[in-house]
Design a binder for this molecule. Sequence first.
Ligand SMILES: Nc1ncnc2c1ncn2[C@@H]1O[C@H](COP(=O)(O)OP(=O)(O)OP(=O)(O)O)[C@@H](O)[C@H]1O
Ligand SMILES: [Mg+2]
Length: 474
Amino acid sequence: MARSFTARLAAATFLGFLPAAALLLVLAARGVVAPLWVGLALALSLLTGGAAVAALARGRQRRDERLAAVADALMRHKPPFHLITRRRDAPPDPVESRLLDAAAAIAAELAVLAGQREEFEAILRSMSEAVVVTGRRGDVVLLNGAAHRMFALAPDANYLARDFVELCRDPRLQEFVARATAADATELIAGEVQIQLPAPRALEVSAAPVRQNPSAAAWVFVFHDISRLKSYETMRSDFIANLTHELRTPLTALYGYAETLQKGVDDPPTARRFLGIIARQTRRLARLIDDLVSLSDLERGFTPLKFERVAPMRVIEEAVELMLEQARERGVALAVKPEAAEAELTADRDRLHQVLINLIDNALKYTPRGGSVTVQAHAVEDIGVNIAGHNPLGGIAFSVADTGEGIPAAHIPRLTERFYRVDRARSRELGGTGLGLAIVKHIVQMHRGNLKIESRVREGTTVTVFLPSAPPRN
Ligand SMILES: Nc1ncnc2c1ncn2[C@@H]1O[C@H](COP(=O)(O)OP(=O)(O)OP(=O)(O)O)[C@@H](O)[C@H]1O
Ligand SMILES: [Mg+2]
């Protein structure tokens, strides 16, 4: 480009002095001017013209180089610092100067934008909510890591420019997306959607149109997994329903018998029987309240564990001793299986005692007359708890085995839920509240231990509590 400019400049200079040269040659031909002077004048003109062309071309070339440097710097999103610094030594022309200032401003803005983009990406990465931005035609423009996890997407697959349907094929979510992106939807739309694909989840979804840039992104979808919240809500309402039911049953009996007695019962044995029922129901209510308080204290951490060195066999013997009378009444043999080697553990003695009493009580309650219950403890190398840096974790396994009625397999996973009972009426008849195993589970969890229930219908049940020898600190 610089060369064509030089050629054009040389041609212009040559053309400019062509009329003067022609006039000089005519004058020389007429003998008005001596040919020597004409030659000299032409040579001089060619020399000065050539020098001027060369100087101008050099200047133009340097300017071209500077402009190319500005363009290169902008391409790299950097301000042309070297030129701006040099400007102090040799000031460029005003147009070039404005160009340098504009380039520096653009580069500074690009740096700010790059910083903002980094922040935006960091926010998107750290969000627990899944974010998906789609274009006008429903094509994916952006999605974050949480979206990858929520929709179980292949980690290395590229979903950009693909249709939203490919992220999640659940029809209910598709329906929400279709509704949100309907042509006349201009407001933020939010709602709860239960999806089954890729896994059952309750989602809180919001969709907002992006109006600032109509040609690019069109919709921002934010998905918040509220499955856990929903299950807590269900648990809470189930708990209240169960609790009111558990309270109402003994209260109705108390009310009924008290009212009958108040009206007067002539037959003294009947009156005594009624009073017996009232006393039993009152005891049940008191037990229910005690168990509820115990469970709520455990859940809220009001009763921190008091760790001490405990000899497992001593705790077992103490618990069995306390339950011998009940076993005799029920006609069930209750025995302790001796331990092969003496072992010790660090635990809360009273809580461990509470666990064993609950398990032995269950075993006795659900074992028919003539059956047997065996309690034992032995050291194990792996209590089956996953704690980083402590694998495997050794400890003690306490087990209570009975030859009772057993538990159908489908019920086993739910036994530790509050108020859950295989046979509600039977448990209530036996004075149970359905909170025993929930309390056991809590105490075991607080010890960072493990609970295992194995059972065969009509053969018996074995409940094993695994506790670490020394509970690992966080
Ligand atoms: N050893 C067992 N054999 C058979 N069923 C059992 C046994 N242990 C527990 N279950 C079943 O698990 C249910 C829940 O036990 P849990 O100890 O929580 O409640 P409960 O014994 O009914 O009442 P509570 O312990 O509050 O007196 C029982 O109702 C019973 O159906
Ligand atoms: Mg129980």
